[in-house]
Ligand binder design. Structure first.
Ligand SMILES: C[S@@+](CC[C@H](N)C(=O)[O-])C[C@H]1O[C@@H](n2cnc3c(N)ncnc32)[C@H](O)[C@@H]1O
Length: 205
């Protein structure tokens, strides 16, 4: 039986391995869009006990999670003025809100500037933005496909400084079933010449 100290968290079974792979050891500040029963916020707290954890939800009843030490803001994830009003400098932003393509896109545009360098932007349950009744939207309106497309294009713009060094950002985009992980930051790349030494001889038959 569920007790008052248990919080339901409904996630796809691959998420924990994905998070294990990408989460750093220390995190100061996390924002999750989509609080519902609070299970996910509690998971973050158990994993990063010293982090400040923020939740956003359109449902005012989620405010009750403040009694457990979370900072909850009630509003629409599509409302950039509302999102601008919450804290800054997050190490992780996870979108597990309404899952419609346009909601994911609007939140990403508003919140990306609030993510610290090296931080992770996570989009959960991507399949929802592609499922039948929204599939048409996912092609017509901006959503996770467009976010990935725009970032990948930005990452591969052929711009170099006078020394031939290109600074590419974001640093990483990882696509998994149901979940996308984007690491903010940049990687410096340049064209280099490598001399390969043969390690074996080709013998004619
Ligand atoms: C899948 S549940 C979140 C589950 C939670 N992250 C967990 O794992 O425990 C989705 C939540 O997003 C909220 N939501 C739906 N549309 C929203 C919107 N436009 N803005 C903000 N929150 C929204 C819903 O009220 C619901 O609580």
């Amino acid at each position: 039986m569920e007790s008052k100290t248990q919080f339901r968290r409904l996630k796809w079974s691959n998420y924990d391995a994905v998070y294990d792979r990408h989460l750093p050891g220390k995190i100061n500040s996390i924002l999750e869009i989509g609080v519902a029963g609070g299970g996910s916020l509690v998971w973050w707290k158990n994993r990063f006990p010293n982090a400040k954890i923020y939740g956003v939800d359109i449902d005012a009843t989620c405010k009750k999670m403040e009694q457990h030490g979370f900072s909850i803001s009630i509003g629409n994830q599509c409302d950039s003025d509302f999102l601008n009003g919450i804290a800054d400098n997050f190490d992780v932003i996870a979108d597990d809100g309404g899952h419609r393509p346009y909601q994911i896109y609007a939140s990403f545009k508003a919140l990306w500037p609030k993510l610290n360098d090296g931080g992770l932007y996570v989009i959960e349950d991507v399949q929802m933005a592609m499922k039948c009744r929204w599939r048409i939207w996912s092609k017509l309106v901006n959503g996770p496909r467009v976010i990935v497309d725009e970032l990948y294009e930005q990452m591969n713009r052929f711009v170099r400084d006078e020394d031939g060094v290109a600074e590419k950002s974001p640093a990483e985009i990882h696509l998994y079933p149901h979940i996308i992980i984007i690491r903010k930051g940049s990687i410096k790349t340049e064209v280099k010449e490598f001399l390969e030494v043969p390690t074996g001889q080709v013998v004619a038959r």
